[in-house]
Ligand binder design. Structure first.
Ligand SMILES: Cc1cc2nc3c(=O)[nH]c(=O)nc-3n(C[C@H](O)[C@H](O)[C@H](O)COP(=O)(O)O)c2cc1C
Length: 242
């Protein structure tokens, strides 16, 4: 009879593709508490995911701005992994080298574009990201930059979408916490399809650039951000530096 290993030791990459799976959620007590603190420069990695990049009216410009900022790492997941053949070793090494991990994406069916889920399933392995010895991400910061077509008032309990945007993002938030990471309020643009006509692309992209530079330069006020639900370009919690 085939040997059966305990589920928690099986990682997605040790299983035959295309079946992916991880063991039971097991934080191993590495949940990190307290405030996120950076000293001097923060190493920031931006993971961009948009399968329709060339048709984008907002994220494409955000991605271009992010990619042009000195001193941060920018990864276009659909460009680098068009066949979803994510290199787990490369990605885990990248995670080890950065303090802040930011996912930028358009909201698709109340969630992320699928490559981010694939990235999570493969990269956040037991023994690396979670589990009794999986503490490699502990103390790091996860952030999101999200655009959605729905208006802000729709993302309320009384609104059309029935739940706040943060509720739809809780799988990412809890994934961060399980990995011992902090999760900061997402940088959000509602009504993204109307943004070009409303003249909101430029301020949103400008705000994104400011946000990324502030994180890099340790001027982003994570404590203030933690008191916010979502962050907009016109209310960025940016300080003068520490
Ligand atoms: C497959 C698909 C699913 C989408 N699901 C949502 C959704 O759940 N909520 C929402 O507000 N917008 C949704 N949208 C709208 C996108 O979020 C919107 O097209 C995007 O934010 C626009 O940014 P871009 O110009 O950079 O592509 C969806 C769009 C597509 C194509």
């Amino acid at each position: 009879m085939a040997e059966r290993r305990p589920l928690a030791t099986i990682s997605a990459r040790s299983m035959p593709r295309p079946k992916h799976g991880i063991g039971p959620a097991d934080s191993g007590g590495n949940e990190f508490r307290g405030s996120f603190r950076l000293r001097g420069m923060a190493s920031l990695i931006v993971y961009y995911a948009h399968p329709g990049h060339k048709f984008s009216h907002v994220n494409q410009h955000m991605a271009r701005a992010a990619g042009a900022i000195d001193g941060i790492t920018f990864v276009d997941l659909y460009r680098d992994y068009p066949r979803f053949d994510i290199d787990v070793n490369v990605e885990q090494k990248r995670l080890l080298e950065h303090d802040v991990v930011l996912f930028q994406f358009p909201l698709f069916w109340y969630s992320t574009p699928s490559i981010i889920k694939e990235w999570e399933d493969l990269v956040l392995e037991h023994g690396f990201a979670y589990g009794s010895s999986g503490d490699k991400l502990a103390g790091k910061q996860m952030m999101l930059a999200v655009t959605g077509a729905g208006p802000a008032e729709a993302y309320t309990h009384d609104g059309f979408q029935q739940y706040p945007l943060r509720t739809f993002l809780t799988p990412l938030e809890q994934t961060a916490r399980l990995c011992g990471m902090h999760f900061s309020a997402p940088y959000v643009l509602y009504e993204s399809l109307r943004a070009p006509a409303a003249g909101l692309v430029e301020p949103h992209v400008g705000g994104y650039r400011q946000l990324l530079e502030a994180i890099r330069d340790d001027r982003y006020d994570f404590d203030a951000a933690n008191r916010m639900d979502v962050v907009h370009f016109d209310g960025l919690p940016i300080g003068t530096g520490s």
